[in-house]
Design a protein around this ligand. Structure first.
Ligand SMILES: [Zn+2]
Length: 307
């Protein structure tokens, strides 16, 4: 019932009315049993406007709607626009720029940018899988502030690796992946320990930061890239490198540049897309709605600090 549309056209014709969208969201979020988001009490009173509920807990008694605590809260953007945006952002294999999203939805670029970032925030809820079996790990560097550079300057910056942010990728072969923006390469080990089960065989390059991790896992295979050694029988890091190329095609091709402040969100977006590559676009849409409680405030989004 939840995936009662097959494509964007069907989604938009079925969910063009905000009351219909709201009823659908209630179904996805509460499965017919509304819960107060403030105190978790069940069976609230429904108020006459058809949108609001009032909590029956006498210590709470707060009014709420289905969007409280979700990414849609406190925006004037119609739910039908949110639905179409979620579908577009999650269905495009390489992501969609806010300029394109603005044109597709008939909203301003600023609105589209905000939609894109809030939708990305929902991906973070899903990125903490524990990896096992053969786990490939590698690092890559994503370029920073090239916005105002000429092409020639950018090429130079790429050469010398200026302004680049290290990103670590870990991936279970045939399973899920995770991307993390690193403050320095030294914090690798903590990340591996928190994301990978001890029963895994971990494949890494021979970076000194990886020395000693064999004690925490069933096995540790080192691939020496500086000797042009990229495979060691079934052990290699080709899968995670393929995943990095996808990330880079998206970041450089679709988004053109990504500021270090927002890079972790793009990383989560690409990991999410990779991890749910096997499910249909309509299922990914419902999954994203179910995870839509990662509300990002506008002032957090535009703040100078790296979140
Ligand atoms: Zn309550």
């Amino acid at each position: 019932m939840l995936t009662n549309f097959k494509n964007l056209k069907e989604l938009m014709s079925r969910y063009s009315d905000d009351n219909v969208c709201r009823a659908y969201l209630e179904q996805v979020r509460w499965n017919g049993n509304p819960v107060c988001p403030h105190c978790k009490e069940h069976k609230p009173y429904k108020l006459n406007d058809g949108k609001k509920y009032r909590c029956r807990n006498i210590n709470c008694k707060k009014n709420f709607t289905v969007t409280v605590g979700l990414v849609f809260e406190n925006t004037k953007i119609p739910l039908s626009t949110w639905f179409a945006a979620i579908y577009l952002v999650t269905a495009h294999k390489k992501g969609i720029s806010s300029h394109q999203l603005a044109r597709d939805l008939g909203v301003t670029q600023k609105t589209a940018w905000f939609l894109n970032h809030r939708i990305r925030e929902t991906f973070a809820n899903e990125s903490h899988a524990q990896l096992d079996n053969i786990v490939e790990m590698d690092e890559t560097f994503i370029g920073g502030k090239w916005r105002n550079m000429t092409k020639k300057k950018r090429a130079e910056a790429r050469q010398i690796g200026d302004n680049k942010v290290p990103v670590m990728g870990i991936l279970e072969r045939g399973g899920k992946a995770s991307l993390k923006v690193m403050k320095s390469l030294d914090s690798f080990q903590d990340l591996i320990l928190s994301h990978v089960k001890p029963t895994a065989v971990v494949v890494t390059d021979s970076h000194p930061a990886h020395i000693g991790i064999e004690e925490s896992f069933k096995g540790h295979i080192l691939i020496n890239h500086s000797n042009d050694e990229y495979t060691n029988g079934i052990y290699h890091t080709n899968t995670v490198e393929g995943f990095f190329s996808m990330l880079k095609r998206g970041v450089y091709g679709i988004y053109h540049h990504v500021s270090p402040k927002h890079l972790h969100r793009y990383c989560e977006e690409f990991a999410y897309r990779y991890n749910y590559r096997g499910i249909k676009d309509n299922e990914r849409f419902v999954l994203t709605l179910q995870n839509s409680n990662g509300r990002l405030k506008y002032r957090e989004l535009i703040s100078k600090k790296r979140a």
